[in-house]
Design a protein around this ligand. Structure first.
Ligand SMILES: Nc1ncnc2c1ncn2[C@@H]1O[C@H](COP(=O)(O)OP(=O)(O)OP(=O)(O)O)[C@@H](O)[C@H]1O
Ligand SMILES: [Mg+2]
Length: 519
Protein backbone atom coordinates (compact mmCIF):
# COMPACT_ATOMS: atom_id res chain seq x y z
CA UNK A 1 0.00 0.00 0.00
CA UNK A 2 1.53 3.30 -1.03
CA UNK A 3 1.36 6.30 1.22
CA UNK A 4 1.39 8.81 -1.54
CA UNK A 5 -0.72 8.18 -4.61
CA UNK A 6 -0.35 10.41 -7.61
CA UNK A 7 -3.27 11.65 -9.65
CA UNK A 8 -2.10 9.31 -12.40
CA UNK A 9 -2.08 6.34 -10.05
CA UNK A 10 -5.59 7.07 -8.85
CA UNK A 11 -6.86 7.70 -12.36
CA UNK A 12 -5.29 4.52 -13.75
CA UNK A 13 -6.45 2.53 -10.74
CA UNK A 14 -9.83 3.91 -11.67
CA UNK A 15 -9.51 2.63 -15.21
CA UNK A 16 -8.83 -0.89 -13.93
CA UNK A 17 -11.55 -1.18 -11.33
CA UNK A 18 -14.17 1.11 -9.84
CA UNK A 19 -12.46 4.35 -8.86
CA UNK A 20 -13.01 5.67 -5.35
CA UNK A 21 -15.89 8.14 -5.23
CA UNK A 22 -13.59 10.69 -3.65
CA UNK A 23 -9.87 10.99 -3.28
CA UNK A 24 -7.26 13.58 -2.50
CA UNK A 25 -4.18 13.22 -4.63
CA UNK A 26 -1.00 14.80 -3.33
CA UNK A 27 -2.78 17.80 -1.83
CA UNK A 28 -0.69 20.58 -0.30
CA UNK A 29 -2.06 23.70 1.35
CA UNK A 30 -0.21 26.54 3.03
CA UNK A 31 -1.54 29.42 5.15
CA UNK A 32 1.14 32.09 5.45
CA UNK A 33 3.96 30.48 7.38
CA UNK A 34 1.96 27.33 8.21
CA UNK A 35 2.15 24.32 5.93
CA UNK A 36 -1.27 22.91 6.87
CA UNK A 37 -1.09 19.99 4.39
CA UNK A 38 1.87 18.56 2.53
CA UNK A 39 1.38 16.04 -0.27
CA UNK A 40 -1.59 14.32 1.35
CA UNK A 41 -3.27 11.48 -0.55
CA UNK A 42 -6.34 9.71 0.67
CA UNK A 43 -8.99 7.62 -1.09
CA UNK A 44 -12.43 7.04 0.40
CA UNK A 45 -14.21 3.86 -0.64
CA UNK A 46 -17.95 3.52 -1.13
CA UNK A 47 -19.56 1.94 1.91
CA UNK A 48 -16.72 2.61 4.32
CA UNK A 49 -16.45 4.79 7.38
CA UNK A 50 -12.95 6.18 7.33
CA UNK A 51 -11.50 7.84 10.42
CA UNK A 52 -9.23 10.86 10.09
CA UNK A 53 -7.24 11.43 13.26
CA UNK A 54 -4.32 13.53 14.40
CA UNK A 55 -3.33 16.07 17.00
CA UNK A 56 -4.70 19.60 17.08
CA UNK A 57 -3.38 21.45 14.07
CA UNK A 58 -2.47 18.25 12.20
CA UNK A 59 -4.54 19.38 9.21
CA UNK A 60 -7.79 17.41 9.60
CA UNK A 61 -10.15 20.37 9.19
CA UNK A 62 -8.06 21.60 6.28
CA UNK A 63 -8.69 18.25 4.54
CA UNK A 64 -12.38 18.68 5.31
CA UNK A 65 -12.44 22.22 3.94
CA UNK A 66 -10.64 21.17 0.76
CA UNK A 67 -13.32 18.51 0.22
CA UNK A 68 -16.00 21.07 1.02
CA UNK A 69 -14.73 23.46 -1.64
CA UNK A 70 -13.84 26.11 0.95
CA UNK A 71 -10.09 25.90 0.33
CA UNK A 72 -8.47 25.22 -3.05
CA UNK A 73 -5.30 23.08 -2.85
CA UNK A 74 -2.03 24.89 -3.68
CA UNK A 75 -1.02 21.73 -5.52
CA UNK A 76 -2.51 18.28 -5.94
CA UNK A 77 -6.20 17.73 -6.57
CA UNK A 78 -9.57 16.46 -5.50
CA UNK A 79 -10.53 13.44 -7.58
CA UNK A 80 -14.19 12.37 -7.94
CA UNK A 81 -14.90 9.00 -9.54
CA UNK A 82 -11.41 9.02 -10.99
CA UNK A 83 -11.70 12.50 -12.52
CA UNK A 84 -9.83 15.56 -11.26
CA UNK A 85 -12.23 18.35 -10.35
CA UNK A 86 -11.89 21.92 -9.19
CA UNK A 87 -14.38 22.69 -6.47
CA UNK A 88 -15.37 26.31 -6.90
CA UNK A 89 -17.03 26.69 -3.54
CA UNK A 90 -19.22 25.00 -0.92
CA UNK A 91 -22.34 25.14 -3.12
CA UNK A 92 -20.45 23.48 -5.98
CA UNK A 93 -19.12 20.74 -3.69
CA UNK A 94 -22.63 20.12 -2.36
CA UNK A 95 -24.03 19.91 -5.87
CA UNK A 96 -21.48 17.16 -6.58
CA UNK A 97 -22.77 15.18 -3.61
CA UNK A 98 -20.19 16.12 -0.98
CA UNK A 99 -22.04 16.68 2.30
CA UNK A 100 -19.99 18.22 5.10
CA UNK A 101 -20.57 18.72 8.81
CA UNK A 102 -18.05 21.30 9.94
CA UNK A 103 -16.26 21.36 13.28
CA UNK A 104 -17.59 24.84 14.03
CA UNK A 105 -21.24 25.15 13.01
CA UNK A 106 -21.44 27.49 10.02
CA UNK A 107 -25.07 28.51 10.35
CA UNK A 108 -26.89 31.75 9.64
CA UNK A 109 -28.00 32.96 13.07
CA UNK A 110 -30.92 35.04 11.82
CA UNK A 111 -32.47 32.35 9.66
CA UNK A 112 -34.71 29.60 10.99
CA UNK A 113 -33.54 26.08 11.63
CA UNK A 114 -35.33 24.77 8.54
CA UNK A 115 -33.93 27.54 6.33
CA UNK A 116 -30.44 26.64 7.50
CA UNK A 117 -30.97 22.96 6.79
CA UNK A 118 -32.13 23.61 3.24
CA UNK A 119 -30.04 26.60 2.34
CA UNK A 120 -28.97 26.37 -1.30
CA UNK A 121 -31.54 23.73 -2.21
CA UNK A 122 -34.85 25.04 -0.91
CA UNK A 123 -37.79 22.87 -1.97
CA UNK A 124 -39.95 24.91 -4.32
CA UNK A 125 -43.66 24.58 -4.86
CA UNK A 126 -45.77 25.49 -7.87
CA UNK A 127 -44.62 28.58 -9.81
CA UNK A 128 -41.18 28.18 -8.24
CA UNK A 129 -42.19 29.79 -4.98
CA UNK A 130 -40.53 28.49 -1.84
CA UNK A 131 -42.58 25.78 -0.21
CA UNK A 132 -42.07 26.71 3.45
CA UNK A 133 -44.34 24.03 4.84
CA UNK A 134 -42.64 21.30 2.87
CA UNK A 135 -39.27 22.64 4.00
CA UNK A 136 -40.26 22.56 7.67
CA UNK A 137 -41.78 19.12 7.30
CA UNK A 138 -38.62 17.74 5.65
CA UNK A 139 -36.46 19.27 8.37
CA UNK A 140 -38.72 17.77 11.04
CA UNK A 141 -38.41 14.36 9.36
CA UNK A 142 -34.62 14.52 9.54
CA UNK A 143 -34.68 15.56 13.20
CA UNK A 144 -37.13 12.78 13.90
CA UNK A 145 -34.79 10.24 12.32
CA UNK A 146 -32.11 11.56 14.68
CA UNK A 147 -34.58 11.27 17.60
CA UNK A 148 -34.02 14.88 18.62
CA UNK A 149 -36.50 17.63 19.32
CA UNK A 150 -35.61 20.88 17.63
CA UNK A 151 -38.25 23.37 16.58
CA UNK A 152 -37.50 23.81 12.89
CA UNK A 153 -39.31 27.15 12.74
CA UNK A 154 -37.11 28.66 15.49
CA UNK A 155 -34.38 31.16 14.70
CA UNK A 156 -30.88 29.72 15.12
CA UNK A 157 -29.46 32.57 17.21
CA UNK A 158 -29.34 31.57 20.85
CA UNK A 159 -29.53 27.82 20.29
CA UNK A 160 -27.01 25.66 22.18
CA UNK A 161 -23.86 24.29 20.58
CA UNK A 162 -25.43 20.81 20.67
CA UNK A 163 -28.50 21.97 18.74
CA UNK A 164 -26.35 23.86 16.25
CA UNK A 165 -24.28 20.75 15.67
CA UNK A 166 -27.43 18.69 15.14
CA UNK A 167 -28.64 21.27 12.60
CA UNK A 168 -25.31 20.97 10.77
CA UNK A 169 -25.80 17.21 10.70
CA UNK A 170 -29.38 17.53 9.43
CA UNK A 171 -28.11 19.89 6.75
CA UNK A 172 -25.60 17.29 5.56
CA UNK A 173 -28.22 14.53 5.63
CA UNK A 174 -30.66 16.63 3.60
CA UNK A 175 -28.74 16.15 0.37
CA UNK A 176 -28.34 12.96 -1.59
CA UNK A 177 -24.66 12.55 -0.83
CA UNK A 178 -22.00 10.32 -2.33
CA UNK A 179 -19.62 11.38 0.43
CA UNK A 180 -20.45 12.39 3.97
CA UNK A 181 -17.68 14.23 5.81
CA UNK A 182 -18.08 14.80 9.55
CA UNK A 183 -15.55 16.97 11.41
CA UNK A 184 -15.81 16.13 15.13
CA UNK A 185 -19.61 15.82 14.98
CA UNK A 186 -19.91 14.36 18.46
CA UNK A 187 -18.01 17.09 20.31
CA UNK A 188 -21.07 18.76 21.86
CA UNK A 189 -23.57 15.90 21.68
CA UNK A 190 -24.87 13.93 24.64
CA UNK A 191 -24.47 10.17 24.86
CA UNK A 192 -27.88 9.25 23.48
CA UNK A 193 -27.55 11.69 20.57
CA UNK A 194 -24.20 10.11 19.75
CA UNK A 195 -25.77 6.64 19.71
CA UNK A 196 -28.45 7.87 17.32
CA UNK A 197 -25.95 9.67 15.10
CA UNK A 198 -23.84 6.52 14.84
CA UNK A 199 -26.88 4.52 13.72
CA UNK A 200 -27.54 7.11 11.02
CA UNK A 201 -23.91 7.12 9.92
CA UNK A 202 -23.97 3.32 9.64
CA UNK A 203 -27.19 3.41 7.62
CA UNK A 204 -25.63 6.02 5.35
CA UNK A 205 -22.59 3.79 4.88
CA UNK A 206 -24.80 0.79 4.12
CA UNK A 207 -26.37 2.78 1.27
CA UNK A 208 -22.89 2.86 -0.29
CA UNK A 209 -21.94 6.38 0.74
CA UNK A 210 -18.27 6.97 1.63
CA UNK A 211 -17.99 8.50 5.09
CA UNK A 212 -15.01 10.45 6.45
CA UNK A 213 -15.17 10.80 10.21
CA UNK A 214 -12.90 13.15 12.16
CA UNK A 215 -12.72 12.58 15.90
CA UNK A 216 -10.41 12.88 18.88
CA UNK A 217 -12.26 10.10 20.68
CA UNK A 218 -10.42 6.93 19.87
CA UNK A 219 -13.14 4.69 21.25
CA UNK A 220 -15.45 6.17 18.58
CA UNK A 221 -12.87 5.46 15.90
CA UNK A 222 -12.71 1.80 16.85
CA UNK A 223 -16.45 1.46 17.34
CA UNK A 224 -17.45 3.05 14.06
CA UNK A 225 -14.68 3.05 11.50
CA UNK A 226 -13.32 0.38 9.19
CA UNK A 227 -10.12 2.20 8.26
CA UNK A 228 -8.20 5.05 9.77
CA UNK A 229 -5.80 7.61 8.42
CA UNK A 230 -3.41 9.48 10.70
CA UNK A 231 -2.11 12.96 9.91
CA UNK A 232 0.80 14.54 11.71
CA UNK A 233 2.04 18.07 11.05
CA UNK A 234 0.11 18.19 7.78
CA UNK A 235 1.60 14.94 6.51
CA UNK A 236 -0.01 11.57 5.89
CA UNK A 237 1.45 9.04 8.36
CA UNK A 238 -0.52 5.85 7.82
CA UNK A 239 -3.79 4.45 6.48
CA UNK A 240 -4.77 1.04 7.85
CA UNK A 241 -7.80 -1.06 8.80
CA UNK A 242 -8.74 -0.32 12.41
CA UNK A 243 -8.74 -4.08 13.07
CA UNK A 244 -4.97 -3.99 12.54
CA UNK A 245 -4.41 -1.06 14.91
CA UNK A 246 -4.55 -0.62 18.66
CA UNK A 247 -5.35 2.64 20.43
CA UNK A 248 -1.71 2.80 21.48
CA UNK A 249 -0.65 2.47 17.81
CA UNK A 250 -2.91 5.33 16.78
CA UNK A 251 -1.64 7.57 19.56
CA UNK A 252 1.96 6.75 18.70
CA UNK A 253 1.37 7.64 15.03
CA UNK A 254 -0.39 10.85 16.04
CA UNK A 255 2.13 12.23 18.47
CA UNK A 256 5.23 10.42 17.27
CA UNK A 257 5.92 8.98 20.74
CA UNK A 258 4.20 6.82 23.37
CA UNK A 259 1.94 8.44 25.98
CA UNK A 260 -0.05 6.98 28.85
CA UNK A 261 -3.66 8.01 29.29
CA UNK A 262 -5.26 9.57 32.39
CA UNK A 263 -2.31 10.21 34.66
CA UNK A 264 -3.87 10.60 38.10
CA UNK A 265 -1.64 11.13 41.07
CA UNK A 266 -3.33 10.61 44.41
CA UNK A 267 -3.54 13.80 46.37
CA UNK A 268 -3.78 14.44 50.06
CA UNK A 269 -7.44 15.29 50.63
CA UNK A 270 -7.67 18.28 52.97
CA UNK A 271 -10.37 20.49 54.43
CA UNK A 272 -13.61 21.42 52.74
CA UNK A 273 -12.98 24.44 50.49
CA UNK A 274 -16.30 24.84 48.77
CA UNK A 275 -19.68 23.78 49.99
CA UNK A 276 -22.97 24.05 48.18
CA UNK A 277 -26.22 23.62 50.14
CA UNK A 278 -29.63 23.31 48.61
CA UNK A 279 -28.67 25.49 45.66
CA UNK A 280 -31.61 26.22 43.39
CA UNK A 281 -32.08 28.28 40.30
CA UNK A 282 -35.63 28.15 39.04
CA UNK A 283 -35.88 26.54 35.61
CA UNK A 284 -32.30 25.28 35.72
CA UNK A 285 -31.61 23.12 38.79
CA UNK A 286 -33.01 22.35 42.26
CA UNK A 287 -31.66 21.51 45.65
CA UNK A 288 -28.06 20.77 44.74
CA UNK A 289 -25.76 20.00 47.69
CA UNK A 290 -22.14 18.88 47.59
CA UNK A 291 -18.73 19.83 48.87
CA UNK A 292 -15.26 19.99 47.41
CA UNK A 293 -12.18 19.46 49.56
CA UNK A 294 -8.67 20.70 48.97
CA UNK A 295 -6.89 18.17 46.77
CA UNK A 296 -10.13 16.67 45.56
CA UNK A 297 -11.51 16.34 42.03
CA UNK A 298 -15.29 16.19 42.04
CA UNK A 299 -16.80 15.13 38.73
CA UNK A 300 -20.14 16.57 37.64
CA UNK A 301 -21.70 14.11 35.22
CA UNK A 302 -25.03 14.14 33.43
CA UNK A 303 -26.54 14.49 30.01
CA UNK A 304 -26.30 17.74 28.09
CA UNK A 305 -28.97 19.99 29.60
CA UNK A 306 -28.95 18.29 33.03
CA UNK A 307 -27.96 21.58 34.67
CA UNK A 308 -24.23 21.13 35.19
CA UNK A 309 -23.15 24.30 33.39
CA UNK A 310 -25.95 26.25 35.09
CA UNK A 311 -24.59 25.23 38.52
CA UNK A 312 -21.09 26.31 37.47
CA UNK A 313 -22.38 29.68 36.25
CA UNK A 314 -23.96 30.40 39.63
CA UNK A 315 -20.78 29.38 41.49
CA UNK A 316 -18.79 31.78 39.30
CA UNK A 317 -21.15 34.72 39.78
CA UNK A 318 -22.47 34.72 36.21
CA UNK A 319 -26.03 33.89 37.33
CA UNK A 320 -27.83 34.24 40.68
CA UNK A 321 -29.30 31.44 42.76
CA UNK A 322 -32.94 31.65 43.87
CA UNK A 323 -32.35 29.59 47.00
CA UNK A 324 -29.62 27.78 48.88
CA UNK A 325 -26.14 28.88 49.83
CA UNK A 326 -22.51 28.64 48.84
CA UNK A 327 -19.75 28.51 51.46
CA UNK A 328 -16.08 29.09 50.86
CA UNK A 329 -13.83 28.04 53.77
CA UNK A 330 -17.00 27.70 55.83
CA UNK A 331 -18.06 31.31 55.20
CA UNK A 332 -21.14 32.15 53.25
CA UNK A 333 -20.42 33.96 49.99
CA UNK A 334 -22.50 35.50 47.23
CA UNK A 335 -20.91 36.70 44.05
CA UNK A 336 -22.64 39.34 42.00
CA UNK A 337 -20.00 39.17 39.28
CA UNK A 338 -17.24 36.83 38.09
CA UNK A 339 -14.61 39.27 39.33
CA UNK A 340 -15.94 38.77 42.87
CA UNK A 341 -15.62 35.01 42.42
CA UNK A 342 -12.12 35.37 40.95
CA UNK A 343 -11.04 37.53 43.85
CA UNK A 344 -12.27 34.86 46.27
CA UNK A 345 -10.26 32.28 44.31
CA UNK A 346 -12.85 30.58 42.13
CA UNK A 347 -12.09 30.26 38.43
CA UNK A 348 -14.30 28.82 35.72
CA UNK A 349 -13.20 27.44 32.37
CA UNK A 350 -16.40 27.74 30.30
CA UNK A 351 -17.58 25.16 27.80
CA UNK A 352 -18.15 27.49 24.86
CA UNK A 353 -14.87 29.09 23.99
CA UNK A 354 -16.48 31.38 21.46
CA UNK A 355 -19.02 32.96 23.77
CA UNK A 356 -17.13 33.38 27.03
CA UNK A 357 -13.70 31.97 26.53
CA UNK A 358 -11.67 34.00 24.08
CA UNK A 359 -11.42 37.51 22.74
CA UNK A 360 -11.10 37.65 18.96
CA UNK A 361 -8.58 40.09 17.56
CA UNK A 362 -6.36 39.52 20.62
CA UNK A 363 -3.11 37.57 20.60
CA UNK A 364 -2.56 34.35 22.53
CA UNK A 365 -0.63 36.29 25.20
CA UNK A 366 -3.34 38.95 25.52
CA UNK A 367 -5.99 36.26 25.94
CA UNK A 368 -4.05 34.26 28.51
CA UNK A 369 -3.30 37.24 30.73
CA UNK A 370 -6.68 38.97 30.39
CA UNK A 371 -8.10 37.94 33.81
CA UNK A 372 -4.84 38.68 35.62
CA UNK A 373 -4.13 42.11 34.15
CA UNK A 374 -4.79 43.91 37.46
CA UNK A 375 -2.16 41.70 39.09
CA UNK A 376 0.32 41.97 36.23
CA UNK A 377 0.02 45.69 35.86
CA UNK A 378 -0.40 47.17 39.32
CA UNK A 379 -0.91 50.91 39.07
CA UNK A 380 -0.93 50.65 35.29
CA UNK A 381 2.75 49.90 35.16
CA UNK A 382 2.90 47.96 31.91
CA UNK A 383 5.12 44.93 32.00
CA UNK A 384 4.72 43.29 28.62
CA UNK A 385 7.68 41.00 29.28
CA UNK A 386 5.82 39.38 32.17
CA UNK A 387 2.76 38.78 29.97
CA UNK A 388 5.00 37.07 27.42
CA UNK A 389 6.86 34.97 30.02
CA UNK A 390 3.67 33.66 31.66
CA UNK A 391 2.17 32.84 28.28
CA UNK A 392 5.30 31.15 26.96
CA UNK A 393 5.29 28.89 30.01
CA UNK A 394 1.70 27.78 29.34
CA UNK A 395 2.28 27.47 25.59
CA UNK A 396 5.05 25.03 26.38
CA UNK A 397 3.24 23.12 29.15
CA UNK A 398 0.05 22.71 27.13
CA UNK A 399 1.90 22.31 23.83
CA UNK A 400 -0.08 25.06 22.14
CA UNK A 401 0.82 24.95 18.44
CA UNK A 402 1.32 28.46 17.08
CA UNK A 403 3.88 30.69 15.41
CA UNK A 404 4.38 32.53 18.72
CA UNK A 405 2.56 34.06 21.68
CA UNK A 406 1.73 37.14 19.62
CA UNK A 407 -0.22 35.13 17.04
CA UNK A 408 -3.90 36.08 16.81
CA UNK A 409 -6.25 33.65 18.50
CA UNK A 410 -8.28 33.16 15.28
CA UNK A 411 -5.28 31.65 13.51
CA UNK A 412 -5.14 28.65 15.90
CA UNK A 413 -6.85 25.33 15.28
CA UNK A 414 -9.91 24.57 17.40
CA UNK A 415 -8.13 22.41 19.95
CA UNK A 416 -5.30 24.86 20.37
CA UNK A 417 -7.83 27.61 21.08
CA UNK A 418 -9.25 25.39 23.82
CA UNK A 419 -5.79 25.08 25.36
CA UNK A 420 -5.50 28.87 25.44
CA UNK A 421 -8.80 29.08 27.38
CA UNK A 422 -7.47 26.64 29.96
CA UNK A 423 -4.19 28.54 30.22
CA UNK A 424 -6.08 31.76 30.75
CA UNK A 425 -7.88 30.51 33.86
CA UNK A 426 -4.93 28.55 35.22
CA UNK A 427 -2.99 31.81 35.11
CA UNK A 428 -5.36 33.30 37.72
CA UNK A 429 -3.91 30.83 40.21
CA UNK A 430 -7.28 29.86 41.73
CA UNK A 431 -8.11 27.76 44.84
CA UNK A 432 -11.23 26.25 43.35
CA UNK A 433 -11.18 25.56 39.64
CA UNK A 434 -14.36 24.66 37.77
CA UNK A 435 -13.65 23.07 34.41
CA UNK A 436 -16.55 22.73 31.97
CA UNK A 437 -15.72 20.15 29.28
CA UNK A 438 -12.03 21.10 29.43
CA UNK A 439 -10.84 18.59 26.86
CA UNK A 440 -13.64 18.85 24.32
CA UNK A 441 -12.03 18.93 20.90
CA UNK A 442 -8.57 18.68 22.44
CA UNK A 443 -6.22 16.14 20.90
CA UNK A 444 -4.87 13.13 22.71
CA UNK A 445 -1.43 14.54 23.47
CA UNK A 446 -2.83 17.79 24.85
CA UNK A 447 -5.58 15.90 26.66
CA UNK A 448 -3.07 13.84 28.59
CA UNK A 449 -1.30 17.11 29.34
CA UNK A 450 -4.51 18.77 30.56
CA UNK A 451 -5.31 15.74 32.72
CA UNK A 452 -1.81 15.78 34.14
CA UNK A 453 -2.14 19.48 34.95
CA UNK A 454 -5.57 19.00 36.56
CA UNK A 455 -4.13 16.16 38.61
CA UNK A 456 -1.13 18.25 39.68
CA UNK A 457 -3.33 21.20 40.56
CA UNK A 458 -5.39 18.95 42.83
CA UNK A 459 -2.21 17.53 44.36
CA UNK A 460 -1.07 21.07 45.11
CA UNK A 461 -4.24 21.62 47.17
CA UNK A 462 -6.78 23.05 44.73
CA UNK A 463 -10.36 21.88 44.82
CA UNK A 464 -11.51 20.91 41.33
CA UNK A 465 -14.98 20.59 39.88
CA UNK A 466 -14.79 18.69 36.59
CA UNK A 467 -17.79 18.83 34.30
CA UNK A 468 -17.44 16.35 31.47
CA UNK A 469 -19.67 14.39 29.14
CA UNK A 470 -16.88 11.96 28.46
CA UNK A 471 -17.43 9.10 30.87
CA UNK A 472 -13.92 7.59 30.72
CA UNK A 473 -12.57 11.04 31.64
CA UNK A 474 -14.93 11.58 34.59
CA UNK A 475 -14.35 8.07 35.87
CA UNK A 476 -10.58 8.19 35.60
CA UNK A 477 -10.09 11.67 37.02
CA UNK A 478 -12.72 12.10 39.77
CA UNK A 479 -12.47 11.23 43.45
CA UNK A 480 -16.23 11.49 43.64
CA UNK A 481 -18.89 11.84 40.97
CA UNK A 482 -22.06 13.88 41.37
CA UNK A 483 -24.64 12.95 38.76
CA UNK A 484 -27.35 15.37 37.71
CA UNK A 485 -30.55 14.41 35.96
CA UNK A 486 -32.96 17.09 34.77
CA UNK A 487 -31.64 19.65 37.22
CA UNK A 488 -31.58 17.40 40.28
CA UNK A 489 -28.88 15.32 41.90
CA UNK A 490 -29.56 11.70 41.05
CA UNK A 491 -26.45 10.15 42.60
CA UNK A 492 -23.22 10.80 44.44
CA UNK A 493 -20.77 8.00 43.70
CA UNK A 494 -17.36 7.59 45.34
CA UNK A 495 -14.45 6.71 43.09
CA UNK A 496 -14.24 3.09 44.24
CA UNK A 497 -17.87 2.41 43.35
CA UNK A 498 -18.03 4.34 40.09
CA UNK A 499 -18.61 2.57 36.80
CA UNK A 500 -19.84 3.72 33.41
CA UNK A 501 -23.10 1.83 33.89
CA UNK A 502 -23.80 3.39 37.26
CA UNK A 503 -23.15 6.92 36.05
CA UNK A 504 -25.21 6.40 32.88
CA UNK A 505 -28.06 4.93 34.91
CA UNK A 506 -28.15 7.93 37.21
CA UNK A 507 -27.70 10.37 34.33
CA UNK A 508 -30.72 8.97 32.54
CA UNK A 509 -32.83 8.99 35.71
CA UNK A 510 -33.06 5.20 36.03
CA UNK A 511 -31.73 5.11 39.55
CA UNK A 512 -35.03 5.43 41.40
CA UNK A 513 -35.15 1.94 42.96
CA UNK A 514 -31.52 1.94 43.88
CA UNK A 515 -31.51 5.33 45.60
CA UNK A 516 -34.71 4.65 47.50
CA UNK A 517 -33.09 1.60 49.06
CA UNK A 518 -29.55 3.02 49.22
CA UNK A 519 -29.81 6.70 50.16
N1 LIG B 1 -7.42 30.07 7.69
C1 LIG B 1 -6.25 29.81 8.29
N2 LIG B 1 -5.30 30.77 8.42
C2 LIG B 1 -4.11 30.50 9.00
N3 LIG B 1 -3.74 29.30 9.48
C3 LIG B 1 -4.64 28.30 9.37
C4 LIG B 1 -5.94 28.51 8.79
N4 LIG B 1 -6.62 27.34 8.82
C5 LIG B 1 -5.79 26.45 9.43
N5 LIG B 1 -4.61 27.02 9.75
C6 LIG B 1 -3.47 26.34 10.39
O1 LIG B 1 -3.25 25.13 9.70
C7 LIG B 1 -2.93 24.06 10.60
C8 LIG B 1 -3.92 22.93 10.44
O2 LIG B 1 -5.19 23.36 10.94
P1 LIG B 1 -6.47 22.43 10.97
O3 LIG B 1 -7.61 23.29 11.39
O4 LIG B 1 -6.59 21.70 9.69
O5 LIG B 1 -6.10 21.41 12.14
P2 LIG B 1 -6.98 20.23 12.76
O6 LIG B 1 -6.21 18.98 12.54
O7 LIG B 1 -8.36 20.29 12.27
O8 LIG B 1 -6.90 20.59 14.32
P3 LIG B 1 -8.04 20.46 15.50
O9 LIG B 1 -7.92 19.07 16.02
O10 LIG B 1 -7.53 21.43 16.52
O11 LIG B 1 -9.35 20.83 14.94
C9 LIG B 1 -2.92 24.70 11.99
O12 LIG B 1 -1.60 25.02 12.33
C10 LIG B 1 -3.74 25.96 11.82
O13 LIG B 1 -3.33 26.94 12.74
MG1 LIG C 1 -10.15 20.68 13.19
Amino acid sequence: MTDSMTIDAIESAGAASVPPPVALAGVSKRFGATQALLDVSLALLPGEIHALVGENGAGKSTVVKVLAGIHQPDSGAVVLDGKTVTLHGPAHARSLGIAVVHQEPRLFPDLTVAENVFIGHVPSGRLGSVNWREMRRSADRIFESLSVHIDSSAVVRGLSMADQQLIEIAKALSIDARVLVLDEPTASLSAHEVVRLFEIIRQTRDRGVAVLFVSHRLEEVFELCGRATVLRDGRHVITAPTSELTAADLVRHMVGRSVSLFPRTTAHIGDVLLEVRGLTRVGAFRDISFSVRAGEIVGLAGLVGAGRTEVARVLFGLDRADAGEVLLDGKRVTFKTPSGALEAGIAYVPEDRHLDGLVGGFSIAQNVTLPIIPRLFPRFFIRGGRERAITEDFVERLRIRSTGVNELIEALSGGNQQKVVIAKWLATNPRVLILDEPTRGVDIGAKVEVHRIISELAASGLGIVLISSELPEVLAMSDRIIVLHEGRMSAEIPRAEASEERVMFAATGQMAEETSSGA
